[in-house]
Design a protein around this ligand. Structure first.
Ligand code: CA
Length: 613
């Protein structure tokens, strides 16, 4: 529900038009009740045949005159219309500056439920009271991450990013007359009990948005998990891109990552047995859409990679994302005490990234079904074997085993040289797969940081990988540079698509001083905090503080650190340590301290090194 306020001049012809949109709509004007009801059916797929968005709008000012229109034709005096594209017009008689208020609500369930939603969410509140309640609610949520010791622009950046991180997924459930949680299923068209959330592309949000929820919004994350179980019960599949039903968009098995990360971080209160069955089905089968289940699964399971010559597009990207999901499933299967054979199967598959790594070029690369590399190979070619990126970006998509990637590259030196080369290689590109430079390509060239394309998701964790090869100070340098150069509190302040909060969640984490490189590993990788102090007020009542008293534009390098007063040289933070509350304190300075955090034992989790989770 919401409230609208319209301010008119002195007029006998103060009109308000309500457009119920095309693709099927209805309006009913009830002058005695100063109310307009109806529905919109406008959508672009991903809904059952009975999809309706019912609405009600209640005004505080009487209507002097009523009209409707159907498909562009006005029916004066007629209070109802139904058709392909209908709308309503009401006329008010207003004094100078008179305010007309409308209380509005919608429902995907029924017109009656829309009335209930209006009563529950707005009720008798004045416009100003609704404003105040909304402001208080946001302030309370935003205030849970309390930053200080920065500039006004840094605060604007941070809280704007935090706000955006919390906008998606949308709540698709409603509360019925008996106070029960119910939802209209965008999968089977029924009204069913329990939670449901929608509008989310997991390809984007598994990276940092959902890890942020596991840290700061654990109860909500549990509700989202129940919603995922409901999606499986109602559609037979887990969503990868819900909007509101399954949509054929992007790639990967990232629902498994989101579920595993939530469960492994101790979030409970949902049906994990059903979710695990859903993960198993998703991981072993192609789905009804290419984005659901695993498109190309028969090749992946047989060869350990998806070849580039079997009519499965974006095959290298799919291989890498399935492989990382298999890591997450391995961890989850272990925690659930699944049969050893099953655990081992996923563990073995989590090493499949090696099958698409070409040691000669030191890039992830398209491979044919006969085992030969695809030729010619152009590392700057976007699309084709990759998804909205090129080999420069996807070569780093080994979230769970950067140390294994270090070995494949030929050691830490070769690995960090390659990371450096991302920034020093000019932002040239081959866009022949798309036929034109897609906006992500344009954004990379505009940003002018070499091949580093922060405006799109595949590379967003890359700068943190310096921690895995003994050069954490370079992560500190680049994190700060990206925060300062690519985020600004201006209308064009973001460097690319926001993508359901992911690009903002990167900033939120990075400004706090750490980032979830590998959801499922139970760790966050350190960068360099932006503020002198951050206090995280956790749902469990504890507070975790990150302090960097000398922090400034120049003092961007970590000199040393302590956790709860004890020296700390790890370049990662355990999730459990944050949840327990405490203080991580950094001493910052203008020059790198190449010794701090550089020992192999200080590096974050990597599958090749140990079993830390
Ligand atoms: Ca994107």
């Amino acid at each position: 529900a919401a409230q609208f306020r319209f301010t008119f001049p002195e007029s006998d012809a103060a009109y308000l038009l309500l457009d119920a949109f095309h693709k099927g709509s209805q309006v009913k004007v009830l002058p005695a009740a100063r109310t307009i009801t109806g529905y919109c059916r406008n959508h672009n797929g991903g809904v059952p045949d009975n999809f309706h968005n019912y609405f009600v709008a209640v005004f505080d000012t009487p209507f002097e005159e009523v009209a409707t229109w159907t498909d562009g034709k006005v029916q004066a005096g007629q209070a109802e219309a139904q058709g392909e594209h209908v709308g309503a017009a009401v006329r008010f008689k207003t004094a100078k500056g008179q305010r007309v208020h409308a209380k509005v609500a919608s429902s995907f369930i029924s017109p009656e439920q829309a009335q209930l939603n209006l009563a529950r969410e707005v009720g008798g509140d004045s416009f100003d009271l609704t404003c105040r309640k909304a402001k208080d609610a946001w302030n309370q949520q935003l205030g849970r991450c309390d930053v200080s010791g920065g500039t006004p622009d840094q605060y604007r950046n941070f809280y704007t990013a935090l706000y955006r991180t919390m906008l998606f997924p949308r709540r698709f459930f409603e509360i019925d007359a008996g106070g029960k949680i119910v939802h209209y299923s965008p999968y089977n068209g029924k009204v069913l009990p329990g939670y449901l959330f929608t509008d989310n592309g997991f390809w984007d949000t598994f990276r940092a948005v959902f890890p942020f929820f596991t840290l700061m919004h654990r109860e909500l994350d549990g509700q989202i998990m129940e919603g995922l179980a409901n999606t499986f019960k109602e559609s037979g599949w887990l969503p990868e891109w819900a909007s509101p039903g399954h949509r054929d968009c992007m790639i990967g098995s990232n629902s498994a990552v989101i579920i595993a990360d939530a469960y492994l971080k101790g979030i409970r209160g949902y049906d994990i047995a059903t979710l695990y069955q859903a993960i198993l089905k998703n991981s072993e089968n192609a789905g009804p859409l290419r984005s659901v289940g695993r498109f190309g699964v028969e090749h992946y399971n047989k060869l350990g990679y998806i070849p580039c010559d079997v009519d499965v597009n974006e095959n290298v990207a799919r291989t890498l994302e399935y492989c990382y999901a298999d890591f997450a499933i391995w961890r989850l299967a272990t925690a659930l005490g699944r049969p050893q054979e099953e655990i081992d199967r996923f563990r073995a598959r989590a090493r499949n990234y090696r099958n698409v790594f070409d040691a000669e070029t030191r890039f992830m690369r398209g491979k044919k079904k006969d085992g030969n590399w695809a030729t010619p190979f152009v590392p700057e070619k976007w699309g084709g074997d990759f998804t909205e990126g090129c080999a420069w970006h996807y070569t780093w998509s080994v979230f769970h085993d950067p140390q294994g990637l270090v070995e494949l590259m030929g050691g830490p030196r070769a690995f960090t040289d390659k990371l450096d080369a991302v920034f020093t290689t000019p932002p040239k590109y081959d866009c022949s797969y798309y036929g034109f430079p897609i906006h992500e390509i344009v954004e990379m060239t505009v940003m002018d940081m070499g091949q580093y394309a922060h405006g799109n998701q595949p590379i967003q964790h890359m700068v943190y990988l310096y921690n895995y090869a003994g050069q954490p100070w370079k992560a500190q340098k680049w994190v700060r540079e990206v925060m300062e150069k690519l985020y600004a509190p201006t209308p064009d302040g973001l460097c690319g698509d926001e993508d359901n909060g992911q690009t903002s969640a990167w900033y939120v984490f990075s400004a706090m001083g750490f980032y979830p490189v590998c959801p499922g590993a139970g760790e966050y990788v350190l960068g360099a905090p932006l503020f002198r102090k951050v206090a995280l007020r956790l749902e469990n009542g504890k507070t975790f503080e990150i302090e960097a008293p000398e922090n400034s534009r120049e003092n961007l390098y970590i000199q040393s650190a302590s956790l709860d007063g004890k020296p700390y040289s790890k370049t990662y933070l355990r999730h459990d340590a944050i949840q327990a509350g405490g203080t991580l304190r950094f001493q910052m300075g203008p020059q790198p301290n190449p010794k701090w955090g550089a020992a192999p034992a200080d590096a974050p989790y990597s599958m090749a090194l140990d079993q830390r989770p």
